[in-house]
Design a protein around this ligand. Structure first.
Ligand code: 13P
Ligand code: SF4
Length: 329
């Protein structure tokens, strides 16, 4: 079967919008009506008025879309869970909070911020505590604003993002459970990480700098602080795209982020900061066949519960508050 042709046909017949994150496989990405980073996708899905949203990304993105658009039907060809989002649930959140309390810091002196790469339940817990969601493209702004409260930030789940933004704001950070003094820190980080961005290391930066003198190094803030410190540019997915596309054609650049995205940026002089192919395994799960099957299920009125995102009312209420605080800032 020619999945591409069938998908285009079904898309023209149905009241559906096809959404894809930049990390999706090329063949899926090419067919999407809406493409973007996690923040852009969250905003653009609000703006569209289709009944069905077929979302090619990872679970937390589909959940956020549902929370912000409760009347739309959000379907995911694969409900694949981001490895980082899977590192925290409400139980781990409470456990960490307890450790922070044991260090003498009271809940009323803490403002939680959750990276959008977290489950709806974690976002809801953060919302209940007066906290807010952020993405890598607005984390700087959100953290800066949150600090005006005079409280310590409890940043979940990405340790690296918390540490990197603390550095860029000249603030102190500490990680729960690693023995560092939480009282000294402005930003207390949960000890989660991205299994893809964790692969990039400073030895590969040294290798590329030696091999191609003058090469620029651009990385995502989910990389380890040691890697970010050695880079010429640290930016979110959309910031990296802009930075790389605006470079002179003969400027070499090596990039520390997901492979599919980097691979389609520029024809020449663009390298990946790894000797392997750092694809996000969960983003990569979605294939054209899965997209076709999902569209076909809409047409046949046989949508599988395995593909549809549903979030309970109480979770929607509190997670939406945390997401809306982000949009307000
Ligand atoms: P963006 O918010 O930049 O789209 O990143 C999402 C993500 O999962 C990065 O690994
Ligand atoms: Fe999650 Fe990392 Fe994949 Fe992004 S690249 S979706 S943080 S596992």
């Amino acid at each position: 079967m020619n999945y591409k042709e069938e998908i285009l046909k079904l898309k023209s017949e149905l009241d559906v919008v096809l959404v894809a994150h930049h990390y999706q496989r090329d063949e899926v990405y090419d067919l999407a009506d809406i493409k973007g980073d996690s923040l852009e996708l969250a905003k653009k899905v609000i703006e569209c008025d289709n009944k069905f949203v077929v979302f090619c990304g990872v679970g937390f993105m589909g959940e956020s879309a549902k929370i912000l658009n409760p009347t739309k039907r959000i379907l995911m060809p694969r409900i694949a869970c981001c490895a980082m989002a899977r590192m925290i649930d409400e139980g781990y959140f409470e456990e960490n909070l307890k450790k922070i309390n044991e260090a003498g810091i009271k809940n009323e002196d803490i403002l939680p911020i959750t990276y959008i790469n977290s489950s709806a339940r974690v976002k809801a817990r953060v919302g209940m505590m007066g906290g807010v969601v952020c993405t890598s493209s607005n984390a700087f702004k959100i953290i800066k604003k949150a600090l005006e409260s005079g409280k310590k930030i409890f940043f979940v789940p990405d340790r690296c993002l918390g540490q990197n933004f603390a550095k860029s704001l000249n603030l102190k950070s500490a990680v729960v459970g690693d023995g560092s003094d939480l009282n000294e820190a402005d930003i207390i980080c949960y000890n989660g990480f991205c299994s893809v961005h964790q692969q990039f290391n400073i030895d590969d930066i040294d290798f590329y700098r030696e091999k191609y003198p003058g090469i620029l190094v651009a990385v995502h803030p989910e990389c380890d602080p040691k890697v970010c410190d050695k880079a010429d540019f640290v930016g979110s997915t959309s910031e990296l795209i802009k930075y790389i596309k605006e470079l002179p054609l003969d400027q070499k650049v090596v990039v520390g982020t997901e492979f599919n995205m980097v691979n389609r940026l520029r024809e020449k002089n663009t390298y990946i900061l790894s000797s392997t192919k750092p694809e996000c395994p969960t983003m990569n799960e979605t294939t054209l066949e899965h997209v076709y099957m999902t569209l076909k299920s809409i047409k046949d009125d046989k949508i599988s519960a395995l593909n549809e995102i549903n979030v309970d009312e109480d979770t929607v209420k509190w997670a939406k508050i945390a997401l809306q605080r982000m949009f307000e800032i």
